[in-house]
Design a protein around this ligand. Structure first.
Ligand SMILES: [Zn+2]
Length: 473
């Protein structure tokens, strides 16, 4: 059926596995639709009962595979909280036999808020098939990740069978990834014995395009904080004192402008970048994928993908200041901004934050007072690609998609990966996913490319079958 040039042909058992995936695919799409209709959002302002329903639906799907010794819904206390519990996570465990490895399959069942309903072409929680894509909040991020695991496990149950399967499996589907995974570390701590694994598959990333798979090898970190700039202890009439004292917005504009050079590259000493080759990607493609307006130029230096994957960014994402409707001729005493920085893989978020704070303090104009707060740090990650599991992943992706995978960097962050590595230092990490450049995760009109979904399941099922046939060492 499928063959990949210069690769070993698929074996009869590979072919049987892919037939089982094909047979199960319509129900995988149906079950994805059922999950998508449950609007589980971890923000306090949304109905938290939906996350309970969503975790129950995932637990039922896990139980129905017939592969697990135990399937539980568990919660752990929030890190640094007063005992308040995090959102419900599904943890399903099957012990390994005969010296075979244990694989952890990670995804999350919570989703981003839908945002402005008016910007959606079809209702956000009603899965809609259009031009080979399924549109809905969570259709890609990350309910398709959940269903990739479930559908792969079903195909394994059908072809290998629960009695003959020796592979250990931990299915871990958390319920608050979009809200900062706030009970993640306590959860790992409380459930470490059940969760120990040799290989961890994180199905929450993307692909090069809808046909070409990717092995995610690097992720940027992030450092987000609030900065308040003060120049006066009270507001004054701009006609009386304007021109003689700096208002806070003037100081803020001059201060923020020091963060970039004329090209828009970050100009902060101490922010690192990573040297690594990047695949070709041209400005025309960047324009299409970002909607860059005609006449507006891109920013940064070096290859476009090195700017996105390997260099730091600084973005102002919020301002507290007088709204336009209430503006008057006044010198404002104080401005607060939110600064969000992406950190190059290889540098810790704490180091990057220290460099940003030092830069801002050194450049405060007119001696303006600065106050820093609400610092939120997440480390980036460089995947160790030397292990046998990455080689198996590359082979499974090539066979599942019928195309060689590309080594891929991610400009965004999955901070909990470094928590997993810290807790399970021996585990090999595989970051995979179902998204493609048109998925618009977190935005209105999020969608999943149906063929990518099918190929992701084909690849993961082949990977699991092959892990079941090898020693854990
Ligand atoms: Zn996600």
């Amino acid at each position: 059926m499928t063959s990949v040039p210069d690769r070993e042909p698929l074996t009869a058992s590979d072919e049987r596995i892919l037939e089982a995936v094909a047979g199960g695919f319509p129900s995988a799409v149906d079950d994805l639709g059922r999950l998508v209709r449950i609007p589980g959002i971890a923000w306090e302002s949304f109905d938290q009962e939906q996350l309970v329903r969503s975790s129950e639906a995932v637990a039922a799907l896990a139980r129905d595979t017939g592969l697990f010794d135990a399937v539980d819904i568990r919660r752990a206390p929030l890190a640094g909280g007063n005992g308040e519990l995090g959102q419900p996570a599904v943890l399903a465990v099957r012990r390994a036999k005969a010296g075979r490895p244990t694989v952890m399959l990670y995804a999350h069942h919570d989703v981003q808020p839908p945002g402005d309903d008016a910007l959606w072409e079809t209702p956000p929680f009603e899965p809609t098939l259009r031009d080979g894509r399924i549109y809905a909040r969570g259709a890609a991020d990350d309910k398709a990740g959940v269903m990739t695991h479930i559908a792969s496990l079903r195909a394994i149950a059908e072809t290998i069978g629960s009695d003959d399967l020796d592979l250990g499996i931990v299915l871990f589907v958390e319920g608050e990834e979009e809200h900062g995974s706030r009970s993640f570390v306590p959860f790992l701590h409380e459930n470490a014995e059940d969760m120990r694994a040799d290989v961890i598959v994180i199905a929450d990333s993307g692909n090069w395009d809808s046909e070409t798979p990717a092995v995610t090898v690097s992720l940027r970190g992030n450092a987000t904080f609030q900065l308040t700039v003060r120049t006066l202890d009270h507001a004054s009439h701009s006609g009386m004192f304007g021109g003689a004292v700096p208002d806070a917005m003037m100081a803020t504009i001059r201060l923020l402008s020091t963060l970039w050079d004329e090209n828009g590259s970050v100009a902060v000493e101490g922010l690192a970048h990573r040297d690594a080759e990047t695949p070709a990607y041209d400005e025309a493609q960047l324009r299409v994928e970002t909607g860059l307006l005609e006449g507006v130029s891109p920013v940064g230096d070096g290859t476009i993908l090195s700017r996105i994957w390997n260099k730091p960014t600084v973005t102002v994402t919020g301002v507290d200041f007088t709204p336009v409707a209430s503006a008057s001729n006044t010198l404002s005493p104080e401005v607060t901004v939110v600064i969000s920085s992406r950190v190059a893989p290889g540098q810790t978020a704490a180091e990057a934050y220290a460099a940003l704070e030092a830069h801002l303090r050194a450049n405060a104009p007119f001696g303006a007072e600065l106050e820093f707060g609400h610092v939120d740090l997440g480390d980036g990650f460089l995947v160790d690609t030397s292990g046998w599991a990455v080689a198996e992943e590359r082979r499974a992706l090539a066979d599942g998609y019928g195309k060689e995978p590309i080594d891929y960097g991610v400009g965004g962050s999955i901070p909990f990966i470094s928590d997993l590595v810290e807790k399970f230092p021996g585990a090999q990490i595989l970051v995979t996913g179902v998204e493609d450049p048109h998925s618009r995760a977190h935005s209105p009109n999020e969608s999943l490319h149906v063929e990518t979904f099918r190929n992701a399941i084909r690849s993961e099922t082949l990977l699991l079958a092959r892990l079941d046939a090898r020693d854990s060492a």
